[in-house]
Unconditional design. Sequence first.
Lengths: 267, 235
Amino acid sequence: MSEPSKLEPSKLEPSPRNLSRRKLITTGLAATAGVAGLGVAARIAQKYGLIPPDRGGFYGLGETLTYASQRLLTRHSLAREFSRSQISQTPFPNEMPPLNDAFKSLQAGGFADWRLSVSGMVGRPASFSLAQLKSYPSHSQITMVQCEEGWSYIAEWNGVPLSQILQAVEVHPQARYVVYFSIDPDWWESIDMADALHPQTFLTYGMNGGELPVGNGGPLRLRVARQLGYKSVKFITHLTVTDNLKTFGKGLGSSAPEGGYAWYAGI
Amino acid sequence: MATRHSVLVRVTHWITTLCFFALLVSGIEIVISHPRFYWGETGNDLTPTLFKLPIPASRNFVPSGYGYVLPDQNGWSRYLHFQSAWLLVFTGLLYVIFSLLNGHLRRDLLPHGADLSWRALSRSIASHLRFEQPSAAEASSYNVLQRLSYLFVIFVLFPFVIWTGLAMSPAFVSAVPAAVNILGGQQSARTLHFFVSVALVLFLLVHVGMVWFAGFRSRMRAMITGRVTASKEGA
């Protein structure tokens, strides 16, 4: 049994007299400074792109803290890459909603007519066939797909870095986000330029040395290696460059927040 | 009338309580979307598990052994989980920094040297096992087992649950790969996060049980108002 600790003066009940006028004034000044400081911090954060589009609502503060801190910490960091021996024997294709008729007819033609159109804040809007995308030097990475549910697998991904395509279409320097759309109209996402220009962000057309299977997003998937799987949209047909996400959907940045999920999925 | 708990201890205690319940509820919701656990870097429905929870899942692909699927609550659960985690981290920092500065840590949490002998420890353990009523002294001071448990929760379990949580973040580990590599992989981190959470829940159960045993009303009053009346202890 331990000795009872001595009662320190600070442990005694504060008497009303202790709440002096000076204390009230200092507290008031501190609170005002705090609020003003928050305002300034918010403006600086906005300027440096540290505020996510789903900043509103009850969870906005937590989302902003996560996005801002990870953006400051990870702007240029690379997702972990693995050795060939760590590639999963069973790359899990996940459950998919039924593919629509537009997809099926392109699939029937061996995806020869699959196009990726690029528009928005670019000097030369363009439309790429898969063959055209494959004519760029092919890159590969062995990285992990991590689902928000908790499962994961490692695969080798082949494709062309999105930054190369953005360079080819002469992306404007004022660009802030890339919005990308699946052939499934319910699935569209966006990423900031830190992720769009990131060397591991691929327009992916191959997996483990072969074509990218439909189950894993073939014929074309945008792989965002540092975010959870739902940001790596499958079957992409269109991407557009913008400086403002307000005009897309409900203005929350992507379909994920409209369905109750975070826009930023680095965690 | 004496103050048992300082304002800082009381405020951070209840914010921590609130955050812990938010993290627990949202954590359970997140886990039921994939109640399977693995060791190493990867794991999914097609790979063998380390163990799985005998509960249905909220996604119909998961081979849970149940014929039905629970509603998917992952979206708000994840938002709430991270929001509460942030609040808890700030609260914890506030508590630790001020406890170091004002002597709370040294005075109230670090065990006295004499209490750490085997004889003293075993006497304290035996008295707990016999469910002896706490002495009047314990109304104003933590006993040695309390001190050791609180130190373990504050400086081992909470830091480890934050670490294993961060180790699951693909962006965080891109900047700090050692955070996940040391743990043996991303799925290992997830499994460890689950075990530490279970340890924290066990602590919570024992903690609430002890409060109940020591006198729920007086201990709750002490943690809410700070006041305690030593003579009425155990009543």
